[in-house]
Design a protein around this ligand. Structure first.
Ligand SMILES: [Zn+2]
Length: 405
């Protein structure tokens, strides 16, 4: 191997190749020797030093195909009279105390961005911990404390990660797609560290997308009095669907004939679908219509949901305000208790609903991120290694890896 390759391909400067050998079918050992240009004092940088022996060091370099490349270097020790010390010279091609070249680490990182940590480790023939350490060091430097100053529009939501991790509250920068905070738990406290850092950052947040829970409304009013809260379509419809499920259950309990019960029984999932999404081949439209014909309350509630979706399709904010009033009147007039209760909740959120016309943001991007988080969590390292998991989340937007379950 030539010295030219050593420098231009493996990024090792200041050394020349002494010998190459095949250790076995997979491993190549390259012995390298220091040139006079590395003989400098590691403290003051002077070249006025005396050689004092060497330290043997072994480094992994980036592989060539399936061949693993090892570099054995005799790293010189030097005596500096100015500093009055004897030390090993600086190694420019690897971090201190590391057994891999910088280039190898960069390569491992790139792999970990397009596949899982485990697959990257398998491919490189190193342990999971090695890739994990490289990732933690690099991601930590870059993402441990995300900058908040530039934040303008954010989305907040909670996510359930199973028994071990329980709930996490996630804040997403809607402009960059980066996660900027992951709080433990699902209550207001999960956001406390975020509000604290936000105050220090002097960010000018304009709008926040969140679900309809009063806790978020209170938190935004308290910590971001100048920002607008947007309750988005996804959460409004989700809440409506919950109400619809409850109504169906209530009607089932009150049903007088077996036929009524049977018809209601199979409609739980159909009620949550939009008309356009019903499956013709499975006879879903017919089944749903049967149930709706049999039950006036259910029909009213179902069609009002279809109507409600039009709130987000109005010409402008003024039209949407008018439209909302009409819808609320219809809901009130339905005489269905659960629907009236829902209408009250909506009415109390009028401003946050209409705010969508000023800031058409939603927690939608966060839903997509949440799915990625769940898959990431399933890659076995989740709660065993919280620091790593946290960093992976903060760097999630840079991952080009199409996570598969
Ligand atoms: Zn010195």
């Amino acid at each position: 191997m030539s010295d030219w390759l050593l420098y231009h391909v493996w990024g090792i400067r200041g050394y020349k190749v002494a010998r190459c050998e095949m250790v076995d079918r997979e491993r190549v050992l390259v012995t390298i020797e220091a040139t006079p240009q590395v003989l400098r004092c590691p403290c003051c940088g002077t070249k006025d030093v005396i050689r004092k022996g060497t330290n043997p060091r072994l480094f992994r370099g980036t592989p060539v195909g399936r061949k693993r490349i090892y570099f054995e270097a005799q790293v010189p020790r030097v005596r500096c009279e100015r500093c009055r010390i004897t030390r090993q010279v600086r190694i420019s091609f690897a971090e201190e105390k590391r057994r891999h070249t910088r280039q190898f680490e960069r390569y491992a990182l790139e792999l970990a961005q397009i596949t899982s940590t485990q697959h990257a480790a398998d491919h490189l023939g190193v342990s999971w911990d090695t890739v994990r350490d490289i990732e933690v060091r690099y991601l930590g430097k870059k993402y441990r404390k995300p900058k908040l100053k530039h934040l303008k529009q954010i989305a907040i939501d909670e996510i359930y990660l199973g028994k071990g991790m329980k709930f996490r509250t996630v804040v997403l920068d809607l402009d960059s797609g980066a996660i900027v905070h992951v709080g433990r738990g699902k209550w207001a406290e999960a956001l406390d560290p975020f509000w604290k850092r936000l105050r220090g950052s002097h960010a000018q947040i304009k709008a926040v997308a969140a679900d309809m829970s009063p806790a978020y409304a209170l938190a935004v009013r308290k910590h971001l009095p100048k920002a607008v809260l947007v309750n988005d379509r996804f959460h409004v419809i989700k809440l409506y669907n919950e109400m619809l499920t409850e109504l169906r259950r209530e009607l089932y309990r009150e049903a007088k004939t077996q036929l009524e019960k049977d018809v209601l029984k199979g409609t739980r999932w159909l009620l949550l679908k939009r008309i356009d999404n019903l499956n013709d081949e499975r006879g879903e439209p017919t089944r749903l219509l049967e149930a709706l014909e049999l039950n006036q309350s259910l029909a009213t509630a179902y069609y009002l949901k279809e109507d409600l979706n039009q709130f987000w399709e109005q010409r402008d904010k003024a039209a949407a305000a008018c439209w909302l009033n009409l819808w609320l009147e219809d809901a009130e007039r339905s005489g269905i208790r659960l629907l009236q209760k829902f209408a009250k909740t909506l009415a109390s959120r009028r401003n946050s609903l209409l705010a969508w016309y000023d800031y058409p943001i939603s927690t939608g991007p966060l839903e997509a991120v949440n799915n990625k988080i769940k898959l990431l969590n399933r890659q076995a390292f989740g709660y065993r290694d919280r620091e790593f998991f946290q960093l992976k989340l903060l760097a999630l937007h840079t991952s080009r890896y199409a996570l598969v379950g």
